[in-house]
Design a protein around this ligand. Structure first.
Ligand code: HEM
Length: 786
């Protein structure tokens, strides 16, 4: 079966099939192992900190399918390599040994072929108006750019320890610039209780079958409020309230926040695995009542949102809840001004507004504080319109290192404040690890308002060289969920190696910043000789420093929270996300100029005022508010005026927009699109267009016709019940008689009343003319009853 030396013969199908068979077995065994591990967690009745890491990833069915295919592919390629090596003792170059057909066979068999298929993009007016949920087709030429379940972009090629993707530092003997990479130091307090910290590699993606390992981004890259709506169609659908005619998102059916909604609970099939409830022995600082598991029926405690990290921190829960409420508020308001819009249109328009709001809050209100005003001006020049050549995909360096800068800004204490912005005994301040995965606290401890007030007036942690990350994150991460705690700093460093990120100096060079060649250069860059020495003691040379730690060690730029390297990397990512987004809120044609003007006035404070009971807010929630006197009353905050979303009722050329008496319509360009309510069928065209020649709408306006479910589907009711059609629905009843409509009920009441009146009259006549025979009869009296 094997090619002779120096032959350019391909491996052949028998060989490929054997590799595929063994790789499938290996992959299945790995999945079975994970299932067993999960079963063990269930039988132990606990979620271990490492299981929580798995929860961090958005593993919907589509992501799972891609990961499985990629792992199958990875195992196949690895096996082929091994099989060739054992036979020829030669380091194989698979690109020479696998023909194009062999490669196609492998991609088909593993499922990667289907995963990498170019999506078909719709081009009707409404598809051009709204983003897809998955982010596909934003870029028409490169429809995968920025989409969910695509690999992270690389700005620098990866550097692994072998040609495939072994993590940097995997082999203790492997050296980098004559130095080994440092392991977690032995002085770690955990070394008494655990010899190592479990770590799972990020899943590979299908994208580079024979090349180096790439990781998968399961969510959309775009700042599109996907944390509210989800990044997969299935999740997006499950987050909606499909029975509402208002395009609302589903809300919690068990609890409300004094009239305001909570997110629904996640419907977990294994409630034991839910990490969000109070823990029986979480630890000694919990109040006794918090230690008892509170029953929520069969529902789980974790909230369901568009992003799986929603429950990770109380602040995240509060913000996710806030945006859910804002969607529903917007949809209701839009319905008020456009009652002819369908639930889908209301959902999409509210989603579009929330996406724009999120972009404005991020770019205009948040980023300048991260980069510093002057760096922001230089690195984030004014918007010049959509650039189809700009790739918005999230880069590996951004997610694995740069945007994790914020881990060093996380405060160790979560303040929850009362209406007077003071700590109150009702909801005391919490150590950070008690606020992780603790959704029950907003349900049972005063809703989201105290958490939001805490966020509004508590400063972020200031990063210092001697305490980069708080111990709450390095010593107690997920401790309250049981098991041995994790260390977020160690995870960040190891993740960087797992993803093959190159060292600190190389990234500085990419940014046009001088690479530190010696200790004094590094001391100059870090503004701290002791820190520079410590890093060089550990890593030997600056090229070896793990980029995350090198980057956060740089002092912040004036008015910002990050140093020059992070500013460069973060700004580059955000420029791509802005310029490469066809639905960017300022891109011509996305919103009207009136709508853009309204959007410009948006603020996080306004959203808080409109969706909570909070009465006082800072003018700019992204700057630190020190004193209660600096707060403004909500009545002084500019409200969001949606009048620019009122749809015109006439077209300049064709006049009045043809609407449906029963049914929905929406104007898109010079066309009107129609939809019928559930239970009705659209008869006629799905849309009509304004004909500039005739000045008429054509073709004819459609109508909505009631569907007779009883005659179209005989099995609609159980066999022993009879089906009766009603407008938009049907009923199943035992009685043979049809259910009464409103008009027939009124008719029946009239008949009964008439009958009673008749009897009364007969009685009256009987008494008067039969019992009292002496009186003369009055014919008109009895005549009236006839
Ligand atoms: C209490 C607050 C936070 C906690 C407990 C937390 C925890 C975590 C954990 C456990 C991971 C996964 C680590 C790994 O295995 O690689 C992670 C990843 C990450 N975190 Fe945080 N984090 C927090 C706040 C933040 C903030 C404020 C930001 C940014 C503004 C942030 C940005 C990120 C990013 C970008 C990733 C990588 C995501 C990915 O690629 O999947 N985190 N965080």
């Amino acid at each position: 079966h094997f090619p002779p030396e120096n032959a350019t013969v391909y491996l052949g199908s028998g060989f490929i099939q054997e590799a595929l068979r063994r790789a499938r077995e290996l992959t299945d065994a790995a999945y079975a192992h994970t299932t067993d591990r999960m079963k063990m967690s269930i039988s132990e009745g606990s979620v271990r900190p490492n299981d929580l890491l798995a929860l961090f990833k958005q593993t919907g069915p589509k992501t799972k399918a891609h990961i499985r295919a990629a792992e199958f592919l990875d195992n196949t390629v690895e096996l082929i390599r091994e099989m060739v090596y054992t036979h020829s003792m030669d380091k194989p170059d698979l690109s020479e040994l696998l023909s194009a057909e062999d490669m196609e066979t492998i991609l088909q068999a593993t499922g990667c072929s289907a995963e990498m298929k170019r999506p078909v993009c719709k081009s009707d007016c409404l598809s051009k108006r709204y983003r897809t949920i998955t982010g596909h087709c934003n870029n028409r030429e490169n429809p995968q750019w920025g989409a969910a379940n695509t690999p992270y972009a690389r700005w620098l090629s990866p550097q692994y320890e072998d040609p495939r993707g072994a993590p940097r530092g995997w082999s203790p003997q492997h050296t980098y610039h004559n130095h080994t990479l440092p392991p977690i130091p032995l002085s770690d307090p955990r070394s008494h209780t655990q010899s190592c910290m479990a770590f799972f590699r990020s899943a590979p993606s299908c994208s580079s079958p024979l090349g180096q390992r790439e990781q998968l981004n399961a969510i959309t890259a775009f700042v599109d409020s996907s944390m509210v709506y989800g990044s997969s169609d299935a999740l997006a659908l499950s987050l909606r309230n499909l029975s509402s005619p208002l395009g609302l998102l589903a809300v919690n059916q068990f609890h409300s926040d004094e009239g305001f909604d909570f997110m629904p609970f996640l419907n977990r099939t294994q409630p034991q695995l839910d990490p969000c409830g109070p823990r029986q022995h979480s630890d000694h600082t919990s109040a006794p009542q918090q230690k008892n598991n509170i029953s929520m029926g069969n529902a789980s405690f974790c909230f369901q949102a568009g992003d799986s990290r929603a429950n990770e921190h109380l602040g995240m829960i509060a913000l996710h809840t806030l945006f859910l409420r804002e969607h529903n508020r917007l949809a209701e308001e839009l319905h008020r001004i456009n009652p002819h819009w369908s639930p889908d249109t209301l959902y999409q328009e509210a989603r579009k507004i929330l996406g724009a709001v999120h972009q404005i809050l991020t770019w205009d209100h948040y980023l300048p504080h991260v980069l510093g005003r002057s760096a922001n001006q230089i690195l984030m020049p004014a918007y010049k319109g959509y650039d189809p050549a700009a790739d918005p995909s999230i880069s590996n360096i951004f997610s694995t290192a740069a945007f994790r800068f914020a881990h060093v800004t996380v405060h160790p204490v979560v303040n929850r404040l009362g209406p007077d912005y003071r700590l109150s005994p009702a909801h005391p301040a919490l150590p950070l690890h008690h606020s992780l995965f603790s959704s029950w606290r907003v349900v049972k401890e005063g809703g989201i308002d105290p958490v939001l007030r805490g966020l509004l007036v508590s400063p972020a942690k200031l990063q210092t060289a001697d305490q980069m990350m708080v111990e709450e994150l390095t010593e107690r991460l997920f401790q309250a969920q049981g098991g041995l705690p994790l260390d977020l700093a160690a995870l960040n460093l190891q993740r960087g190696r797992d993803h093959g990120l190159q060292g600190y100096s190389v990234w500085r060079e990419l940014c046009g910043l001088p690479a530190p060649v010696n200790e004094s250069a590094l001391s100059g860059i870090l503004g701290n000789t002791a820190l520079a020495r410590k890093l060089l003691d550990l890593y030997g040379v600056a090229e070896n420093i793990d980029v995350w730690v090198g980057a956060i060690a740089e002092p912040a730029l004036p008015g910002g929270r990050v140093g020059p390297l992070l500013a460069c990397l973060i700004a580059r990512q955000f420029r791509g996300l802005r310029d490469g987004d066809r639905f960017w809120w300022q891109n011509e044609g996305v919103f009207s100029s009136g709508q853009r003007d309204a959007l410009r006035s948006t603020s996080l404070s306004r959203i808080i005022c409109e969706n909570t009971r909070i009465q006082q807010v800072p003018l700019d929630p992204f700057t630190n508010t020190m004193r209660a006197e600096e707060l403004l009353s909500c009545s002084n905050i500019q409200l969001f005026n949606l009048s620019a979303w009122t749809e015109p009722d006439s077209d300049p050329v064709c006049g009045a927009v043809p609407r449906l008496t029963l049914g929905f319509s929406v104007l898109c360009g010079s066309a009107v699109f129609y939809q019928c309510p559930a239970g009705f069928l659209l008869i006629g065209a799905t849309h009509v267009t304004c004909d500039p020649q005739t000045h008429h709408w054509s073709p004819q306006t459609p109508t909505c016709q009631d569907i007779d479910e009883c005659s179209t589907d005989s099995a609609v009711c159980p066999p022993h019940l009879q089906c009766f059609n009603t407008p938009g629905g049907y009923t199943c009843t035992e009685a043979a008689a049809p259910p009464l409509s409103a008009s027939s009920i009124a008719g029946s009441v009239m008949s009964v009343l008439g009958g009673v009146a008749l009897i009364m009259l007969l009685l009256f006549c009987y008494q008067r003319f039969i019992l009292r025979k002496a009186d003369p009869p009055k014919p008109d009296c009895c005549q009236r009853t006839s």
